[in-house]
Design a protein around this ligand. Structure first.
Ligand SMILES: Nc1c(NC[C@H](O)[C@H](O)[C@H](O)CO)[nH]c(=O)[nH]c1=O
Ligand SMILES: CC(=O)[C@@H](O)COP(=O)(O)O
Length: 257
């Protein structure tokens, strides 16, 4: 018997494919389509979605155990009503997904020189990703900064200039012998996040935060791929979905429209 914990939008609940164990009441099992949306913020007891926190936490644990143990054929099958409701709701949704074409997109890159052994191949990955999706290298503006700590101020200034549809930050912070790693990572992370939120322009976080140089190199074209290439696609898709929503009046225009 497998229990599937369903979380989707305003609905949550449990789909049961058989008898419930003693400690999960029938009340905890409901079609995700009919489960009452939470009527109020979770109380201090942690009660969410109309279910006692204890039952939810048990369900989550049980689900984890059962899913691991359940034979493939026992995977939970949504009930007819839940499947129907899911399909009906899916038919009603307006879905917005950004294309992966970078034609016409104005992309900026801020790259840290610190650990350039890593950041240079990451930058190469960014440029290759953009090139293969429609943006020539000569169209890309690349700004070099000393270290990851300096990336946010430049990224924010570029994002607020109304000259870019997305800005990609590229860095490599490798743990050393002191707590400086934590300071730099924290500053770079919050700074890059703020640059995007303050400008309304996607600012992509392509910053390796690793314990060893080998881990960083593995992600800059090594056995874990090139995170720069992935960051390019993230920038393209995010910029396109934001532009599309803004053009339809479904999102506030950032500094890029
Ligand atoms: N140790 C790393 C640094 N440190 C330098 C700082 O980013 C900053 O330039 C300095 O603190 C002056 O403000 N930077 C990295 O990008 N990666 C590191 O591993
Ligand atoms: C991330 C850093 O700042 C770190 O590489 C510097 O090394 P250390 O902590 O040994 O000074």
């Amino acid at each position: 018997m497998v229990l599937e914990l369903y979380r989707g939008g305003a609905h949550s609940g449990l789909i049961s494919a058989g008898p419930l164990p003693m400690n999960i009441s029938a009340a905890a099992v409901a079609s995700p389509c009919t489960a009452a949306a939470p009527t109020s913020a979770p109380s201090t007891s942690g009660r969410q979605h109309g279910l006692p926190a204890r039952e939810l936490s048990i369900a989550s644990r049980v689900l984890g155990t059962w899913r691991a143990a359940a034979p493939r054929h026992a995977r939970p099958q949504p009930t007819e009503s839940s499947r129907g409701s899911l399909q009906c709701r899916a038919a009603q949704a307006n879905v917005h997904i950004g294309s992966l074409s970078s034609n016409g997109l104005r992309i900026g890159v801020v790259v840290a020189r610190f650990n350039e052994l890593v950041t240079k191949p990451l930058l190469e990955g960014v440029l290759e990703g953009l090139e293969r999706h429609g943006t020539a290298r000569e169209e890309v503006q690349v700004a070099w900064v000393p270290g990851s700590f300096e990336m946010p101020v430049v990224a924010k200034a570029m994002a607020k200039s109304s000259s870019f549809d997305a800005v990609i930050t590229v860095g490599a912070v490798v743990r050393g012998a002191t707590a400086h790693f934590d300071a730099v990572v924290s500053a770079a992370t919050s700074g890059v996040l703020s640059a995007g939120l303050d400008s309304g322009v996607p600012v992509i976080f392509c910053v390796m935060t690793t314990d060893t140089m080998e881990q960083a190199m593995d992600r800059a074209g090594g056995k874990a791929g090139n995170k720069g290439y992935e960051a390019a696609l993230t920038a393209i898709e995010t910029a396109n979905v934001l532009k599309s929503l803004a053009q339809k009046g479904l999102a506030a225009p950032g500094n890029n429209t």
